[in-house]
Design a protein. Structure first.
Length: 171
């Protein structure tokens, strides 16, 4: 069924379904009391729901604050560790410089002339004279033995079965 109209001023269409209107009637005292009780319960439930929502919000805020506190604490620990590493590196650098300076001073003190002078003054040592040299004459005889003279050449036995029979028979 089509509801089109082909005129210049279309008429207003009526809806197919009309909702029923509630008829107000007078309520009894019991119904009024029940309505009041229902409204009171609904208000109490709404208050409980609002309190629960407020508790959830406070709990979420507390959790966020706690997480931020933990993150802040971890960052402070990391910063403290970095500062310790930085201090240790600075100490290492100073110790390396001192070590290099000590090595340079040791090398400068290891001059042969200074060592000779210290040995003569403090220890009473003297240079070697020609009178203190003793020459030894050794004969020209060779005391080294060659390795091929004392070693024996091992026999290579390729017949293992014959060797096994010899061991079993006792030969």
């Amino acid at each position: 069924m089509t509801r089109y109209q082909y005129e210049t001023s279309p008429r207003k269409l009526e809806p197919e379904f009309l909702p029923r209107k509630k008829v107000k009637r007078d309520l009894t005292k019991e119904e009024i009391k029940e309505n009041i009780k229902k409204q009171a319960k609904e208000k109490a439930n709404q208050k409980r729901a609002q309190v629960a929502i407020k508790k959830k919000v406070v709990l979420c805020i507390a959790l966020v604050f706690g997480m931020l506190l933990v993150v802040s604490y971890r960052n402070s620990l990391i910063t403290e560790s970095f500062n310790k590493v930085k201090d240790l590196k600075a100490n290492l650098a100073t110790l390396q410089k001192e070590n290099q300076q000590t090595e340079v001073s040791i090398e400068s003190n290891l001059n042969l002339n200074k060592i000779e002078e210290e040995a003569q003054k403090k220890l009473g040592m003297q240079k070697l004279d020609n009178n203190q040299k003793i020459y030894i004459n050794l004969p020209k005889k060779d005391y080294v033995e060659s390795a091929t003279d004392s070693t024996e050449i091992a026999k290579i036995n390729t017949n293992w079965f014959q060797e096994l029979l010899n061991k079993l028979t006792g030969k």
